[in-house]
Design a protein around this ligand. Sequence first.
Ligand code: HSE
Length: 408
Amino acid sequence: MAKIAVLGHGVVGSGTVEVLLKSKQSLEKKAGQELEVKYILDLRDFPDSPYKDKFVKNFDVILNDPEVKVVVEVIGGINPSYEYVKSSLLAGKSVVTSNKELVAVKGAELLKIAHENNVNFFFEASVGGGIPIIRPLHQCLSADKIIGIAGILNGTTNYILTKMIRDNMAFGDALAIAQKLGYAERDPSADIEGADACRKICILASLAFGKHVYPESVHTEGITKVTAEDVEYCENFGGSIKLIGWAQRQDNGKIAIMVCPAFIREESQLAGVNDVFNAILVCGDTTGDVVFYGKGAGKLPTASAVVADVVIAAKLNSSSNTLYWEDSENQDFVEKKENIVCGHYIRLSGVTKAQAEQVFGSVKYLVRANAPEGEIAFTTEPISEKECADKLEQLGGELMGNIRILDY
Ligand code: HSE
């Protein structure tokens, strides 16, 4: 019998308990033993909950109970989650979490503590919601050297972009629906400013490349500056605008990594990924491209990934040794932003096409209906971030849009 404690009874926590109880029989068959939710930790009261006898407010009750084998952390954020997770691992309990911030910031340390204590720290639900990606990456793709990863990693922003582009919905209205559906973070600026996608690409890159990539090392832009005009020009380009978290092994051995809105060509497998769906494209040196697709946020998809980890954690009596990466205070293996190379879409006014060509060389112009006189939009050949910034400064005019073009 494995006893489980669930820390947090919000969207994911309540979904986790629901799935654990609803599918109890089949889960127990898979786990090879009985699974019992013994505690639910939350500071709030849930007097009408069918599980009201399981609620506790003091984490020490869980920590000091030797019967608890698996602790599920679905509170989110660093405090108090970090202390709860660390002390659980030190006490010999395995931990399952959906907390991407915790894994992105403290992953290497917590994995090390888990190994030292012969228990497991699992976080399948931290990236891609219900999409299996962590286990495929470190187990199924272990024969591959990972060359690159690019993903639509945030359900909220993908939902907003889809509603804005397809249904002409205002940004704020689309965000309000995403919040109501339980997709958005408590502070939705983490979604729309790209921090959530940044944490997720950090987790994937750390796992794929073996060294902890910290969120501060990743240039991150969200979707707040994407305009309806950019969307029109992107249609003329022949693609879609998506918020992409990407990491790419470079010839110099460094990792180029970034989160940014990007023009994605229609032919790309990422272009047709809409609404709350996420997709993660992984390129391995042996297998080539593989794409993982599914619901990237929401109560039950995320709970599905949490519960699958719980089943494995309950079953194992020792530490899994493929899920691991090294800590690295030195982030020199991450390419500096100024050296990262890609094509750019640029929209500006106050300069002529001749001036643009003089500075940028060969460009491709884009058009849209009813563009005001004096507005030009074009795409560049791949150039470094520094080169692009220098050329824009040299060109002058009023810059109204600058979105990267990614060829995934
Ligand atoms: N706020 C996140 C998203 C939740 O929208 O993708 C899932 O991690």
